[in-house]
Design a protein around this ligand. Structure first.
Ligand code: ZN
Length: 169
């Protein structure tokens, strides 16, 4: 099985990856994450990811250690200008069969129920990035707000009074 971040895997495929202790890693372009990009100011850039599949001892649940790092461009809700948001985390997910009666994840793992029958690593990453987005993105410091507007103001002609006076003559 050739592993790819955009491949759609069924639960048995994922179990197989886990048995091999497979790791999938690489870059996913943000523009390919169609649900996430709706929420971004710009979809240029990529997210670096690594997914390490394992089989947990208890109950034999397939788990994945998902690591990602990216810089997203969001719109600041205070000044409506673009801002950068660094997102990086390592999370442990337990992949559960949506059809199972009593889905259980090992302690310390966040459950992900696989509805429909397939998931792709890119989809897992996209879900995490969407959940992680700040509800109301804002520049960290108030003085960072409105810097584009200030630059534009600096480009405008200085001393408008002189213009007014010369026009009056
Ligand atoms: Zn701002």
């Amino acid at each position: 099985m050739s592993g790819s971040l955009h491949t759609w895997y069924s639960l048995p495929d994922l179990d197989l990856l886990a048995e091999k202790g497979a790791t999938l890693s690489g870059e996913i372009e943000l523009e390919r994450l169609t649900r996430l990009k709706e929420l971004l100011q710009s979809d240029t850039g990529a997210v670096e990811v690594s997914l390490k599949f394992e089989r947990s001892g208890l109950g034999g649940v397939t788990t994945v250690a998902l690591e990602y790092a990216t810089t997203l461009r969001l719109t600041c809700q205070r000044c409506l200008e673009p801002m950068e948001h660094h997102a990086a985390a390592t999370i442990k997910l337990g992949l559960l069969d949506g059809a199972a009666l009593v889905p259980r994840t090992p302690a310390g793992y966040e459950p992900v129920v696989i509805e429909g029958d397939r998931i792709s690593p890119a989809q897992l990453v996209e879900d995490e990035l969407i959940v992680e987005l700040p509800l109301v993105p804002k520049h960290a410091h108030r003085e960072d707000c409105g810097s584009l507007v200030r630059e534009l103001e600096d480009l405008e002609p200085k001393n408008p009074r002189v213009h007014a006076a010369s026009r009056a003559r």
